[in-house]
Write a protein that binds this ligand. Structure first.
Ligand code: NAP
Length: 460
């Protein structure tokens, strides 16, 4: 494992465990401290299995929780490269969705089209990281001076971003969105947001709760073209219930007359869904200095249902916009050259969480199955991985006859590299400071976005 930062965070928990690593991202920083599992520690002559978990997102915590609950002797150290825990629970989920707080992976898929790197084009991952206070994105400073934004992708992240761009500030002020992004959104000129997908309404990846929330967003008007939904009522008659209800809601919204919904009566802002449009090129302004639109290839669908493929028809359309957000999915990064990684699928090859060709190494979360699913999916998936560890312990596949030092050994390496670990109680001080700052502003917390400031706060 690479230890990168000048700081690191380690959470030490005791309960029961294995000599194994369950990871979800390239860790570096670490924490140490007692946790809920500490009270479960029982003395025994058998060496306590030590588990190293890399990454303190939901997958890491759920794996640790399951191990500690089902093995009285295990000790789990959770390592994290940032001085604050919880991964994308803290940095990924929209600030106005505190009840969801879920998903994670370290990188985004790229579009691979000309103009993708022009100013005015941002990845959803960076944009979400910016409004959620992810240190590496704190200086993103997105240009919100245009009136029209185009989000590429029809997933829940795309809807999250559209909602944040169009939400009344009063709603956002009560969330833990960072102060600087709130200030930027207050000056934003964006009043129209298009979400474009390469396939049709029957293939959208977002879910009904998120769509409904968007439809009911105060002060905004959905603009859906009824022609996009012709014949779909029949087509979804026998579809699985979630797809059927989702499609029916889109149809109902498309047929709605302007002003029919009270919250939209005096809508100054608009959003809409565009279908069967695949991004082909981000177009530059005349001086070549920034994005002015995206050329979209029109597509037809080959096949039906969820597996239908988008095939370019040869026709194109230019969509004018000053802000382009690419929201086409996240991807995990390789952990370490020694850990196998399938670059194509963006996952660690594994069977039930057991990393192929690396006995004693396990994986969980998006790095195990790819960037799909919500918090419950990750929870169940992490419990499965922990279960594999427990089975291997019981079956003697893991050698736990020798006592291992766990953080004792890692701590020496860290010290030799000048890395000062941030302990769990250090994190609690950062947490308290954030909550206190938030209270003054009527928010659940004001996140500290500069790691140096976090370290100063705990006297590092
Ligand atoms: P996603 O659900 O996988 O959606 C990705 C979207 O990008 C799809 O519409 C996909 O279209 C499109 N896309 C992919 N590659 C493309 C390409 N090369 N060109 C054009 N379009 C492309 O990803 P996500 O929105 O990042 O969400 C990730 C996971 O987190 C999902 O499971 C999501 O439900 C979850 N999440 C949940 C919540 C919540 O519970 N509130 C919030 C946010 C995220 P195709 O279908 O055609 O590939």
């Amino acid at each position: 494992m690479q230890i990168e930062g000048p700081f690191c965070l380690l959470i030490g928990l005791r309960g029961g465990g294995a000599v194994a690593a369950a990871g979800m991202g390239p860790g570096g920083a670490c924490w140490r401290g007692g946790g809920a599992g500490a009270r479960r520690w029982l003395s025994s002559r058998a060496p306590a299995p030590r588990v190293c978990v890399v990454g303190s997102g939901p997958a890491g915590f759920y794996t640790a929780q399951h191990l500690l609950k089902h093995h009285d002797l295990a000790q789990v150290d959770i390592y994290e490269k940032l001085p604050v825990p919880f991964g994308l629970v803290r940095f990924g989920v929209a600030p106005d969705h505190p009840e969801v707080k879920s998903y994670g992976a370290e990188d985004n898929r790229i579009l691979g089209i000309p103009g993708e790197n022009l100013p005015g084009v941002y990845s959803a991952r960076a944009f979400v990281g910016w409004y959620n206070g992810l240190p590496e994105n704190r200086d993103l400073n997105p240009d919100l001076s245009c009136e029209t934004a185009l989000i590429l992708g029809h997933g829940n992240v795309a809807l999250d971003i559209a909602r944040i761009l169009l939400s009344p500030l009063d709603l956002l002020r009560k969330t833990d969105i960072t102060d600087c992004s709130l200030a930027a959104l207050a000056c934003s000129k964006v009043k129209r947001v298009w979400l474009a997908g390469r396939r049709g309404p029957l293939q959208v990846a977002f879910t009904i709760k998120e769509l409904r929330e968007m439809i009911n967003l105060p002060g905004t008007q959905p603009v859906l073209n009824p022609a996009d939904f012709t014949g779909l009522e029949n087509a979804v008659k026998d579809a699985p219930r979630p797809r059927k209800r989702l499609t029916e809601l889109m149809i109902k919204t498309a047929l709605q007359k302007p002003g029919e919904v009270a919250a939209q009566a005096a809508a100054a802002r608009q959003w809409g869904l565009k279908f069967q449009r695949s991004p082909q090129e981000v177009l530059p302004t005349a001086d070549g200095r920034r994005a002015r639109g995206v050329r979209m290839a029109l597509t037809r669908l080959e096949g039906s249902g969820e597996s239908a493929k988008a095939i370019p028809t040869g026709d194109v359309e230019e969509l004018e916009c000053g802000l382009v957000l690419s929201s086409i999915g996240y991807r995990s990064l390789p952990l370490d050259p020694a850990v196998p990684f399938d670059m194509q699928r963006g996952i660690i090859p594994n069977s039930m969480g057991r990393v192929e060709g690396a006995p004693g190494l396990y994986c969980s979360g998006w790095v195990k199955r790819g960037p799909t699913g919500v918090i419950i999916t990750t929870m169940n998936d992490s419990f499965d991985t922990a279960q594999s560890v427990l089975e291997d312990l019981r079956g003697g596949m893991l050698d736990v006859s020798v006592s291992r030092e766990g953080f004792g050994a890692v701590g020496s390496i860290l010290r030799s590299r000048g890395v000062r670990p941030v302990s769990f109680s250090d994190w609690e001080k950062i947490d308290a400071a954030e909550v206190a700052r938030g209270k003054a502003a009527g928010k659940p917390r004001e996140k500290i976005v500069d790691p140096q400031e976090m370290l100063q706060l705990i006297g590092h």
